[in-house]
Design a protein. Structure first.
Length: 175
Protein backbone atom coordinates (compact mmCIF):
# COMPACT_ATOMS: atom_id res chain seq x y z
CA UNK A 1 0.00 0.00 0.00
CA UNK A 2 1.37 3.39 -0.92
CA UNK A 3 2.02 6.14 1.58
CA UNK A 4 -0.62 8.39 0.00
CA UNK A 5 -3.34 5.73 0.41
CA UNK A 6 -2.32 5.09 4.04
CA UNK A 7 -2.45 8.82 4.78
CA UNK A 8 -5.88 9.15 3.18
CA UNK A 9 -7.18 6.13 5.10
CA UNK A 10 -5.85 7.55 8.39
CA UNK A 11 -7.54 10.91 7.71
CA UNK A 12 -10.89 9.16 7.05
CA UNK A 13 -10.63 7.21 10.33
CA UNK A 14 -9.82 10.40 12.29
CA UNK A 15 -12.76 12.21 10.66
CA UNK A 16 -15.13 9.39 11.62
CA UNK A 17 -13.90 9.40 15.21
CA UNK A 18 -14.34 13.16 15.47
CA UNK A 19 -17.84 12.94 13.99
CA UNK A 20 -18.80 10.32 16.60
CA UNK A 21 -17.66 12.64 19.41
CA UNK A 22 -19.64 15.59 18.03
CA UNK A 23 -22.95 14.16 19.29
CA UNK A 24 -22.35 15.69 22.70
CA UNK A 25 -23.26 14.53 26.18
CA UNK A 26 -26.94 15.46 26.22
CA UNK A 27 -28.16 11.85 26.59
CA UNK A 28 -25.73 11.25 29.46
CA UNK A 29 -26.87 14.38 31.28
CA UNK A 30 -30.52 13.34 30.82
CA UNK A 31 -29.85 9.86 32.29
CA UNK A 32 -28.01 11.35 35.32
CA UNK A 33 -30.96 13.70 35.96
CA UNK A 34 -33.43 10.76 35.82
CA UNK A 35 -31.36 8.67 38.26
CA UNK A 36 -31.10 11.60 40.71
CA UNK A 37 -34.89 12.02 40.73
CA UNK A 38 -35.45 8.41 41.83
CA UNK A 39 -35.65 7.81 45.60
CA UNK A 40 -32.50 6.12 47.00
CA UNK A 41 -32.65 2.45 47.93
CA UNK A 42 -32.48 1.72 51.66
CA UNK A 43 -29.09 0.71 53.06
CA UNK A 44 -28.98 -2.56 54.98
CA UNK A 45 -28.13 -2.07 58.65
CA UNK A 46 -24.71 -3.12 59.92
CA UNK A 47 -24.60 -6.28 62.03
CA UNK A 48 -24.37 -5.51 65.74
CA UNK A 49 -20.96 -6.05 67.31
CA UNK A 50 -20.85 -9.30 69.23
CA UNK A 51 -18.95 -9.27 72.51
CA UNK A 52 -15.74 -11.29 72.57
CA UNK A 53 -15.89 -14.73 74.15
CA UNK A 54 -14.22 -14.79 77.54
CA UNK A 55 -11.83 -17.70 78.01
CA UNK A 56 -10.40 -18.50 81.41
CA UNK A 57 -6.75 -19.50 81.70
CA UNK A 58 -6.96 -22.93 83.30
CA UNK A 59 -3.46 -24.33 83.36
CA UNK A 60 -3.17 -25.48 86.93
CA UNK A 61 0.14 -27.09 87.67
CA UNK A 62 1.87 -25.48 84.71
CA UNK A 63 4.45 -22.73 84.94
CA UNK A 64 3.11 -19.18 84.78
CA UNK A 65 4.19 -17.92 81.34
CA UNK A 66 4.53 -14.37 82.70
CA UNK A 67 6.91 -15.26 85.54
CA UNK A 68 10.66 -15.50 84.93
CA UNK A 69 12.24 -18.90 85.33
CA UNK A 70 14.42 -19.42 88.35
CA UNK A 71 18.16 -19.96 87.85
CA UNK A 72 17.68 -23.50 89.20
CA UNK A 73 15.11 -24.31 86.47
CA UNK A 74 17.49 -22.96 83.81
CA UNK A 75 20.32 -25.12 85.16
CA UNK A 76 18.07 -28.19 85.15
CA UNK A 77 17.12 -27.59 81.51
CA UNK A 78 20.76 -27.14 80.48
CA UNK A 79 21.82 -30.23 82.41
CA UNK A 80 19.33 -32.33 80.46
CA UNK A 81 20.54 -30.87 77.15
CA UNK A 82 24.25 -31.13 78.04
CA UNK A 83 24.46 -34.75 76.89
CA UNK A 84 22.88 -33.93 73.55
CA UNK A 85 25.22 -32.10 71.20
CA UNK A 86 26.82 -32.76 67.82
CA UNK A 87 30.16 -34.53 67.73
CA UNK A 88 32.75 -31.89 66.74
CA UNK A 89 35.32 -34.61 65.94
CA UNK A 90 33.12 -36.40 63.37
CA UNK A 91 34.06 -35.71 59.76
CA UNK A 92 31.10 -34.06 58.02
CA UNK A 93 29.60 -35.81 55.02
CA UNK A 94 29.04 -34.15 51.64
CA UNK A 95 25.23 -33.88 51.93
CA UNK A 96 25.59 -31.96 55.20
CA UNK A 97 26.60 -28.95 53.13
CA UNK A 98 23.04 -28.56 51.80
CA UNK A 99 19.90 -27.36 53.58
CA UNK A 100 17.48 -30.25 54.04
CA UNK A 101 14.76 -28.56 51.96
CA UNK A 102 17.05 -28.47 48.90
CA UNK A 103 17.55 -32.25 48.97
CA UNK A 104 15.05 -34.54 47.25
CA UNK A 105 14.60 -38.28 47.43
CA UNK A 106 14.33 -39.63 43.90
CA UNK A 107 14.18 -43.37 44.57
CA UNK A 108 15.51 -46.37 46.47
CA UNK A 109 17.98 -49.10 45.73
CA UNK A 110 18.41 -52.46 47.46
CA UNK A 111 21.86 -54.02 47.52
CA UNK A 112 22.71 -57.18 49.49
CA UNK A 113 19.49 -56.86 51.49
CA UNK A 114 20.17 -53.25 52.55
CA UNK A 115 17.84 -50.46 51.41
CA UNK A 116 19.52 -47.29 50.14
CA UNK A 117 17.85 -43.95 49.37
CA UNK A 118 18.83 -42.01 46.28
CA UNK A 119 19.07 -38.32 47.20
CA UNK A 120 19.44 -35.53 44.62
CA UNK A 121 21.14 -32.32 45.76
CA UNK A 122 20.45 -28.86 44.34
CA UNK A 123 23.28 -29.37 41.83
CA UNK A 124 21.33 -32.34 40.33
CA UNK A 125 23.86 -34.91 41.56
CA UNK A 126 22.34 -38.13 42.94
CA UNK A 127 23.88 -39.66 46.09
CA UNK A 128 23.29 -43.06 47.70
CA UNK A 129 22.65 -42.96 51.47
CA UNK A 130 21.52 -45.42 54.13
CA UNK A 131 20.92 -45.59 57.88
CA UNK A 132 23.73 -43.92 59.82
CA UNK A 133 24.67 -41.46 57.06
CA UNK A 134 24.25 -37.74 57.69
CA UNK A 135 22.61 -35.03 55.59
CA UNK A 136 21.28 -31.49 56.02
CA UNK A 137 22.91 -28.59 57.82
CA UNK A 138 21.45 -29.47 61.24
CA UNK A 139 23.58 -32.59 61.89
CA UNK A 140 20.82 -34.81 60.50
CA UNK A 141 21.46 -38.53 60.99
CA UNK A 142 19.45 -40.98 58.91
CA UNK A 143 17.51 -43.28 61.23
CA UNK A 144 15.52 -45.23 58.66
CA UNK A 145 15.21 -45.53 54.90
CA UNK A 146 11.71 -46.36 53.71
CA UNK A 147 10.50 -46.84 50.13
CA UNK A 148 8.73 -43.46 50.18
CA UNK A 149 10.85 -41.35 52.59
CA UNK A 150 13.99 -41.01 54.69
CA UNK A 151 13.56 -40.44 58.46
CA UNK A 152 16.18 -38.26 60.17
CA UNK A 153 17.12 -37.04 63.63
CA UNK A 154 18.47 -33.50 63.62
CA UNK A 155 20.32 -31.81 66.48
CA UNK A 156 19.59 -28.07 66.61
CA UNK A 157 20.41 -25.31 69.07
CA UNK A 158 17.54 -24.43 71.38
CA UNK A 159 18.32 -20.71 71.72
CA UNK A 160 19.45 -21.03 75.35
CA UNK A 161 22.93 -22.35 74.70
CA UNK A 162 21.85 -25.98 74.64
CA UNK A 163 20.83 -28.47 71.98
CA UNK A 164 17.59 -30.28 71.24
CA UNK A 165 16.58 -33.19 69.04
CA UNK A 166 14.13 -32.78 66.18
CA UNK A 167 12.66 -35.33 63.79
CA UNK A 168 12.60 -34.62 60.07
CA UNK A 169 12.01 -36.52 56.86
CA UNK A 170 12.70 -36.20 53.15
CA UNK A 171 9.85 -37.59 51.08
CA UNK A 172 10.03 -39.22 47.68
CA UNK A 173 9.82 -36.44 45.10
CA UNK A 174 6.90 -36.43 42.66
CA UNK A 175 8.09 -37.02 39.13
Amino acid sequence: MSAQIRTSLAMVVVALLLAACARGTGDLEQWVAEVRQQPPEPIEPIEPIRPAEVVAYEAEGLRDPFRARSPRQEEDDLAVDASLRPDPERRREYLEGFPLDTLAMVGTLELDGELYALIRDNENVVHRVTEGNHMGQNYGEILEVRPNRVELREVVQDGRGGWTERRASVALAEQ
